[in-house]
Each structure stands twice: as C-alpha cells, then as structure tokens.
Write a protein that binds this ligand. Structure first.
Ligand SMILES: Cc1ncc(C[n+]2csc(CCOP(=O)(O)OP(=O)(O)O)c2C)c(N)n1
Ligand code: SF4
Ligand SMILES: [Mg+2]
Length: 271
C-alpha cells in the first residue's frame, strides 16, 4: 500500500494554515504506516481536539476524533478491548499535557501499548494562541501578552519519569528523521512517546517576531540539535538547546494488556 492510501484524499484541501508543521507530521505518520505495511482494518487512529486533533479527519483507517485532552482515555479503551490492533494517538501539547496531562502520566505508568505522537507547537494553536505547558518562558501569547513566566515542561523527561518505555523527540524541520523515529516508535511494544517540535507561526510566531513559517522554522532549526552532535559540544554551547533523538528504550518491561490478559486467565475469564 502507498502512503497515499492512508489519506482520505476526498477530505482535501485540509484545514491547516499554509506552512503549518502539522501537515509534516501527517506525512511522517502515513509514511510510517506504509513502511510497516499496516492494514487499515488493524489500525485505530485517535486524536483529541485542536489543530493537531484534526488529523483524524484525514487519516484513512478506523479513526476517532475525541474530546479535548481525552484521546489517551479513548485509546486505552480501544486497546483493552482489541489488544491485537495497532493504536496510534496524535495529540497537541495542550491536549496531551494540560487538560490531558493526567491521562498522559497514567498511560505511561501502565506501559499500555499505545503509540503517542505529540505535536508540540508550544501553544494552543486552534483557539487563538493561549499559553500552554510547553510555551517557552518570555514568549508572548494571547494570555501572556507581557511574556510567559511559567517554566515549561521537558516532555521527554516527563515521559521517562512517568514510565513510558520508548521516548524520542524530533522536529518538523527534519522530516526524514521524523518519519524514521515515528516508524521506530510504532514498532515498540509498550507506551511510546514521540514529541515533535512544530511551528504555529500564525498564533505564536507572529506574536514573537516570527512573522511567517520560514522564520519560525529557522528558529526551530537553530534551537534544536541532534543528540549525537550535542555530545561533541561544550555545555555552554548547548544552553537553551532542545536535543533530538531517542532518549529511552526499555524492551523488558511487561506491557499492560498482556498483564491484563494474564489476570483475566487467573480469574477464570475469557472462556
Ligand atoms: C473541554 C474543552 N476545553 C477547552 C476546549 C477548547 N479548546 C479547543 S482546542 C484547544 C487547545 C488546543 O491546543 P493544543 O492541544 O496544543 O492543539 P493545537 O491546536 O495547538 O494543535 C482548546 C483549549 C475544548 N474544545 N474542550
Ligand atoms: S493555527 Fe497554528 S497550529 Fe493551527 S493550523 Fe494554523 S499554523 Fe497550524
Ligand atoms: Mg499546540
């Protein structure tokens, strides 16, 4: 199957602003489906609400466009009911880490086999650019017009601390690396998290002297550095940099639906 078979082309043109990084993530996701040869009938693709949440409109598989912050709750239900299926969630930074922050840490804690991709555009894009838990300090947003004072989450550290067994980070400025990372995370058995640094030049960039997508993508390029290159740099050269790559992979921890099946068998269920 071609990656285009995983796209509902009759739904195009898409909703996103020209140059939005969300489209780059869609491309990487469907190319990973193609590389893995997943059948559409074996795939549940679930999103929350936000510009990122709109992705379930365009993916040609079993899709659920759920409520804001709740895609992991829906996905947990799907995976427990049909553990043999591939369950993929795409979520925004607000969706996954603000309103959905609790679902995020608990899905990670359980190590349930859900593949989570977080489109971290550092803001609530869809609703006009309110501050999110990943907005950098000093950034101006709709709700922090004089600059954000809240420290931002490090999504990678949060995911590892909560118990995710595959954790990586990429940026929309490196689409091929992004595709490879997403493909690898989809092959992992357990709760995987790929954070994608993305651009919302419309509702964040324009408030922060990045008037268009090119300027914002350049900023992402200068701000990010692959982990292997970072290893050769001095600490002072890495100040304020966001590292990219795979940060954690644990293949030994038991996956949640397997544990659930075991306990069902012990309890005499599934007869
Ligand atoms: C329960 C609930 N609260 C608030 C909203 C309004 N709302 C819709 S999208 C959104 C934020 C989206 O931000 P993010 O998850 O980062 O996605 P993005 O649009 O940036 O991709 C909010 C607050 C909602 N739809 N439902
Ligand atoms: S508002 Fe931002 S995140 Fe939403 S489509 Fe436009 S550029 Fe993308
Ligand atoms: Mg966002």
């Amino acid at each position: 199957m071609s990656y285009l078979d995983y796209v509902r082309q009759f739904k195009l043109p898409h909703y996103w602003c020209p140059g939005c990084g969300t489209g780059v993530v869609l491309q990487a996701v469907v190319r990973a489906f193609e590389a893995l040869g997943w059948k559409q009938e074996d795939l549940a693709f679930i999103t929350g609400i936000g510009c990122s949440g709109r992705m379930s409109t365009y993916v040609n598989a079993n899709t659920m466009h759920t409520t804001h912050g709740r895609p992991l709750a829906f996905a947990t239900g799907v995976k427990l009911a049909r553990p043999e299926k591939h369950v993929v969630v795409v979520s925004g930074d607000g969706d996954a880490l603000a309103i959905g922050g609790n679902h995020f840490i608990h899905a990670a804690r359980r190590n349930i086999d859900i593949k989570l991709v977080i489109i971290n555009n550092l803001v609530y894009g869809m609703t006009g650019g309110q501050v999110s838990p990943t907005t950098p300090q000093k950034f101006r947003t709709q709700t922090t017009p004089y600059g954000n004072i809240d420290p931002n989450f490090d999504v990678v550290k949060l995911a590892i601390a909560a118990g995710a067994t595959f954790v990586g980070r990429e940026a929309v400025t490196r689409p091929r690396n992004l595709e490879k990372l997403i493909e690898k995370s989809f092959q992992h058995k357990g709760f995987s998290v790929v954070e994608v640094i993305s651009n919302c030049h419309i509702n964040l960039g324009r408030k922060n002297k990045m008037k268009d997508q090119i300027t914002m993508l350049r900023w992402i390029s200068t701000k990010t550095i692959p982990k292997n290159l970072a290893e050769k740099k001095k600490p002072e050269e890495l100040e304020g940099k966001i590292l990219l790559g795979i940060f954690h992979e644990d293949k030994n921890r038991k996956e949640y639906t397997e544990l659930y099946r075991e306990i069902q068998e012990r309890a005499g269920g599934n007869k």
